[in-house]
Design a protein around this ligand. Structure first.
Ligand code: BGC
Length: 756
């Protein structure tokens, strides 16, 4: 292995592995041609913006995800991008995770299957997908420094399962190793995770890229199975690896395997490049259809669809300036954006508009004025459509939400309109669940999530009844923020995250423990109605279930139908019902279709932590069909052979109790120390103060930005500052550890060397 070979183990540039370009998505391309950044601040080339994963998951439609994948693949080809950095498939442990909008669901099978379809679509064009963030990356605060301490059963059944499905079904070209540690070891250095589980157990044969700045030690990372440290350019990694090879402190065989893997990856990506064009209008139409298919009608007291002769008042500035995507590395500059106000105005030329709430959510005086105006105008309207939700700064990559509350001004507006007797339909634009304290007092609720750059037209299609809503929630919407089973253990410590709720996350908790969410997993209404009958289960040639679905209404519509498995007499703690398969059927009025679900043995497995493997417990299993665990039809019971695990009881109360885990040992400074630790020394405090100068003061974002800076490891300076190398950071660390002059000399020498 010469230097040229070893240098392949680090990105050649911010978005390049050798000559191969990679780019963010995943709900549209973020191709940066000049300045590069990983938080979406610097500009990128305009692109079609599709609904985010949190929206698309509600479609329960593999084919839709495949189509979007194909469209993204075409766009990548046209832009010379060989790998799209996505989809993000992390399990939604808590709706407070700032990046929830980028993830699909709280169910690993739903996530895995939809993501596999998307990867399949992308890769059908000869473009690679990079599935991220592998693994256990379920909180944004401290994502670069915390250790996810997940029990083995939850790890295999919940947190790794979706990755396993994608790897086995869609063979992604790449996976991105996450920033965090898993079980005490950085994911980028985690041999068990990268090689033992992904490569050996699941047969992953692609490349592992690191998340941007996620590598602490490039030698350990390469030995553990990481192929490429991202981003480039190289800030000293190649030298470190070569030095370790020279000293024989590195495993040459393992490192050579990584070099060969990267060479193969580059050769294949280069061979797949071709000139390509795509039809942008067709892609925008797809974005519109996807947004309409994904929206969820949570309540309808008869106000929707709007009647052609309704006098319609639209309230809320989000109706004109929509929130259609999330913030951070997935932020796309859209080719164009529509809005629900303009789109509705096509059908209702006399539509009236009121701003409803101020752009500054803390301006209470202005909020009161706007609320009053809206209530006055509501008097002259038959239907009031309030467009509200989460403003941009409420959810983002890099930080989490404290609570699920929407801004007061939005909640108070909705309540005031309902109180003055208006017929209120609430349209929500948000990337993740919000509290809806006014739910009982409004007549309809339509959740658009973050619906991409054609979300306005899609929303109008649904409000007017051109399209019948068919989305179903892919995550539970709790009644209150505190109801989330991970609530008390979500952010106890910066550097350690425990998961005492284990497998009882999302509906697996609510449904089993009997805590009623505001809207359960699978909730969603339609303008038509469906009947399910003839449900049955058989064991003849493998287990299968089937049922007939009939559209009993007078409109065409689609229904997401899921298959759930339940074992009530299990010896081990189990969720009341678990989703194992799903499909989406589209039916004309009066049409009937028979739906069958063949079930593989995996549908009945649990992870036995004593044996260290997946097993089937022997006995009876009930099989159900339906959209939500709340409303199921029994197909039948099947009896399976298998193991007899020792009886263990679930202590549901302790699952949600706060555990005081404290912070990880601090010890001397290292490049991995979070900036927050700088407070320990005088020099550190000085450096922190300099760093904090770049934070914009006096904005609602100030505190969040400070928290983000404090939670970043010192080595991130090599990513955020072009001149800083790993040697500079090592110098800084020496100085912080009391070797002031040696450290400063080293840091300055590295900066000067780089200047030359
Ligand atoms: C994100 C990744 C993203 C990368 C490049 C990271 O901060 O976690 O999802 O692909 O930046 O922008």
């Amino acid at each position: 292995m010469d230097k040229k070979d070893v240098s392949l183990l680090t990105g050649s540039d911010y978005w390049f592995v050798g000559p191969v370009m990679v780019s963010d998505g995943p709900h549209g391309l973020r191709k940066q041609e000049k300045d590069a950044d990983f938080l979406g601040g610097a500009p990128s080339k305009p692109a079609v913006c599709y609904p985010t994963a949190s929206a698309l998951a509600c479609s329960f439609d593999r084919e839709l995800l495949r189509e979007i994948g194909r469209a993204l693949g075409d766009e990548c080809l046209a832009e010379g991008i060989s790998v799209l950095l996505g989809p993000g498939v992390n399990h939604k442990r808590s709706p407070r995770c700032g990046r929830s909008f980028e993830y699909f669901s709280e169910d690993p099978v739903l996530t895995g299957e939809l993501a596999a379809a998307m990867v399949d679509g992308i890769q059908s064009r000869g473009v690679g997908a990079c599935v991220k963030h592998f693994a256990g990356n379920s909180r944004e605060w401290g994502r670069m420094v915390y250790d996810s301490i997940i029990g083995e059963r939850a790890l295999f059944e919940i947190y790794l399962r979706q990755f396993e499905i994608v790897v086995k079904k869609a063979h992604p070209v790449a996976m991105m190793a996450a920033y965090n540690k898993l079980g005490g070891v950085y994911c980028t250095e985690n041999e068990r995770l990268l090689c033992g589980i992904a490569r050996e157990k699941w047969g992953f044969n692609g490349v592992f890229l690191s998340d941007w700045g996620a590598v602490s030690d490039p030698v350990k990372a390469a030995e553990a199975g990481l192929d490429v440290v991202m981003p480039g350019p190289d800030k000293g990694n190649t030298e470190r690896i070569l030095r370790a090879l020279d000293n024989k402190t590195a495993d040459a065989e393992k490192i050579s395997a990584r070099v060969e893997n990267v060479k193969r990856f580059i050769a294949e990506a280069e061979a797949a490049k071709r000139d390509h064009t795509f039809d942008e209008e067709a892609h925008l139409d797809l974005a519109r259809r996807a947004a309409a298919e994904s929206a969820v009608l949570l309540k309808n007291g008869g106000s929707l669809p709007l009647r052609p002769d309704d006098r319609v008042l639209v309230v809320g500035s989000m109706a004109k300036k929509p929130r259609f995507q999330g913030a951070g590395s997935s932020r796309v500059i859209p080719v164009s954006v529509d809005c629900v106000y303009d789109e509705l105005a096509r059908d209702y030329p006399d539509i009236i508009y009121a701003e409803g709430y101020p752009s500054d959510p803390f301006d209470a005086a202005r909020a009161a004025e706007l609320r009053e105006e809206a209530c006055r105008l509501a008097g002259g309207a038959d239907r009031v459509v309030v467009v509200a939700g989460l403003p941009d700064e409420y959810e983002s990559e890099g930080y989490d939400r404290r609570s699920l509350a929407m801004p007061n001004a939005h909640n108070e507006l909705i309540s005031a309109l309902a109180a003055c007797g208006a017929d209120v339909t609430v349209v929500l634009q948000c990337g993740a669940p919000v509290e809806t304290p006014w739910a009982d007092s409004v007549s309809a609720i339509l959740v658009m999530y973050l619906s991409g750059c054609r979300g306005g037209a899609a929303c109008a299609d649904l409000l007017t009844g051109r399209v019948s809503p068919s989305g179903r929630l892919a995550e539970s919407w709790p009644m209150r923020t505190e109801d989330d089973p991970s609530y008390k253990n979500f952010d106890v410590s910066l550097t350690r995250v425990e998961y005492p709720e284990g497998i009882f996350t999302g509906y697996r908790y609510y449904d089993t423990v009997g805590v009623r969410p505001r809207f359960p997993f699978g909730a969603g209404l339609s303008y038509t109605s469906f009947r399910i009958d003839d449900a049955s289960a058989s064991e003849d040639e493998g287990v299968a279930a089937s049922c007939r679905v009939t559209n009993t209404g007078d409109r065409a519509g689609a229904l997401a139908l899921c298959l759930y498995v339940s074992k009530t007499d299990s010896a081990i703690p189990r969720p009341a019902h678990e989703l194992k398969d799903f499909t989406r059927v589209f039916l004309e009025p009066g049409e009937t279709l028979t739906v069958s679900f063949p079930l593989s043995p995996e549908a009945f497995e649990y992870y036995d932590d004593i044996a260290g493997e997946m097993r089937i417990e022997k006995g009876d299993y009930s099989i159900y069909v339906g959209s939500s665990p709340d409303d199921l039809t029994l197909c039948g019971t099947v009896t399976l052979e298998g193991s007899s695990p020792e009886k263990t009881a679930a202590d549901f109360l302790s699952l949600t109790e706060r555990r005081e885990i404290g912070e990880a040992e601090q010890g001397p400074f290292t490049p991995d120390s979070p900036a927050a630790h700088l407070k320990r020394t005088r020099l550190g405090r000085m450096i922190l103060r300099i760093g904090e100068r770049f934070i914009k003061k006096g904005t609602p974002m100030e505190e969040l930005n400070r928290a983000m800076v404090h939670a970043s490891p010192l080595r991130m300076l090599t990513v955020t500052h072009p001149r800083v190398t790993s040697e500079t950071v090592e110098g800084l660390v020496l100085a912080l550890n009391g070797k002031f002059f040696r450290g400063v000399f080293r840091a300055i020498r590295s900066l000067l060397r780089r200047k030359k």
